[in-house]
Design a protein around this ligand. Structure first.
Ligand SMILES: Cc1cc2nc3c(=O)[nH]c(=O)nc-3n(C[C@H](O)[C@H](O)[C@H](O)COP(=O)(O)OP(=O)(O)OC[C@H]3O[C@@H](n4cnc5c(N)ncnc54)[C@H](O)[C@@H]3O)c2cc1C
Length: 432
């Protein structure tokens, strides 16, 4: 049976999920076509809107900086209302599992490198670690985890000048483990509260972990753990540890595999389902058919079989250089692989990079150029197609990694692209 929807969104990361929900809110029938896992499971789970502008100091209020951004910045194109709408949609989707919506001001959240990161929204599980809180802190690391050291993290935080006393400790994760165990095994053990032998007694893993940490708590009023405190039952794990330790417990965002990122991925998937969006997962979009500047269908590679998916409107949310929404090669330069949308870039490859490792890297700005309704533009600034919009990391114009604005840009561009696609699809229906 032919697949036909009002709107097809390509890409199931933060941008594609939010664009699909936004389009569905307009009453459109929406299908999300996505291929591999998104970057969320590698991400910290923090939602950065603008952490750094033109100096080394973190931005206090991202909204106060928006007017000073260059004209080709996605925020300048989408507008402040889009940034606010994107965050509002995110808050609605995540509910009590995220905090930060009470203020425009960035929060400073400790991360596993020992830095404090300016961010707009953070998981509730990370909230007690906020750096503007002056309560003494204990940071726990584990001998079995080589990528994270509690004592070093505490020393880094102290060197960063945090306004509270911070101690670090290396503990042993209760139960039998080979050295260098995977974070997923710790998380699972806590999630199911597996029975372990601890100091000659059998007890639940959560109680045993608390017993291991408790002698080090001292004056600390909050205790930070690497962000692996459970998966499906993360809140119960944290609450149990708080009960046993008698202090607030929080998670410190860390690198992959990122439980906060995976939990956010689950929350988004539930929200997409709830919005009535149909999902086609596991097969890539590899091409399209167009007629007179309008896309008629996209081609999905279904195990070697090319299947057309038809819609009135399309949203491209395939990610950036990391997500493979943008490709680069010596032979072909920088490309958007599905629709071959224009991506401005210097022909000379040496001009893609700045010699200074921390300089303003031209390649970090690569992406499609969009108009205010998020339609990708060609080299003459005309829309590539009337019915194609772009959202997320595939949109260029800013070094979102350096300025810490990745998720904010994804949300702002997604709400505009999704809403516009939904509304335009309704117009198609009326005119038919
Ligand atoms: C390591 C890492 C850390 C990060 N940390 C932070 C952070 O601390 N704070 C923050 O705000 N943001 C962070 N981010 C950014 C954030 O996770 C997202 O990458 C960003 O918001 C872009 O999301 P996206 O939806 O545009 O792209 P992606 O997450 O890349 O999703 C794109 C999706 O499109 C799919 N796709 C690609 N091509 C096709 C195709 N042809 N057909 C069908 N589907 C396709 C991909 O499989 C993928 O599922 C981090 C990202 C990474 C990689």
């Amino acid at each position: 049976m032919a697949i036909r929807e009002d709107v097809i969104v390509i890409g199931g990361g933060l941008a594609g999920s939010v664009a699909a929900i936004e389009a569905a809110e307009t009453g459109a029938s929406v299908r999300l076509v996505t291929y591999k896992k998104s970057t969320l499971r590698h991400a910290s789970g923090l939602i950065d809107v603008l952490g750094y502008a033109d100096g080394d100091d973190p931005v206090v209020d991202p909204f106060a900086e928006l007017d000073d951004l260059p004209a080709d910045h996605p925020y300048a194109i989408a507008g402040e209302a889009a940034v606010r709408d994107g965050l509002a949609r995110f808050d609605e989707i995540t509910g009590e599992t995220y905090q930060g919506s009470h203020t425009d001001t960035n929060a400073l959240i400790p991360t596993f490198s020992g830095a404090v990161k300016p961010t707009a929204r953070y998981p509730a599980a990370a909230a007690a670690g906020i750096a503007s809180d002056d309560r003494p802190m204990l940071v726990v690391g584990f001998e079995e985890m080589t990528e994270y050291n509690g004592e070093m993290l505490a020393a880094h935080l102290e060197a960063a000048g945090v306004p509270f006393d911070v101690e670090g400790v290396e503990c042993n994760f209760p139960g039998e483990y080979v050295n260098d165990s995977r974070v997923t095994r710790f998380a699972k053990r806590l999630d199911i509260d597996e029975t372990v032998d601890y100091e000659g007694r059998s007890m639940g893993a959560r109680e045993a972990l608390a017993a291991e940490v408790e002698p080090h708590v001292g004056d600390a009023e909050r205790v930070g753990f690497p962000a692996f405190l459970g998966d499906d039952h993360a809140e119960a794990v944290r609450t149990d540890l708080e009960r046993h330790l008698g202090v607030d417990v929080f998670e410190i965002p860390m690198g992959p595999p990122s439980y906060p990122g995976m939990r956010l991925e689950d929350t988004l998937k539930d929200a997409v389902d709830e919005a009535g969006v149909r999902i086609s997962a596991g097969n890539p979009v590899v091409g399209f058919e167009a007629d007179g500047g309008e896309i008629q269908s996209v081609t999905v590679d279904s195990k070697g079989r090319e299947v057309p998916y038809h819609a009135d409107e399309y949203v491209l949310a395939t990610g950036g250089l990391v997500g493979k929404g943008i490709d680069s090669s010596r032979e072909d330069g920088v490309e958007e692989p599905i629709f071959d949308c224009h991506i401005p870039h210097p022909e000379d490859r040496y001009e893609w990079f700045d010699e200074e490792a921390f300089g303003d890297q031209p390649f970090a700005h690569f992406g499609v150029v969009v108009d205010e309704t998020m339609r990708p533009l060609d080299a003459t600034d005309a829309p590539e197609f009337d019915n194609l919009r772009a959202a997320g990391a595939v949109v260029g114009g800013a070094d979102t990694v350096a300025e810490k604005s990745q998720s904010g840009v994804s949300l702002a561009t997604a709400v505009v692209a999704g809403e516009q696609a939904g509304k335009q699809a309704a117009k198609h229906e009326v005119s038919q």
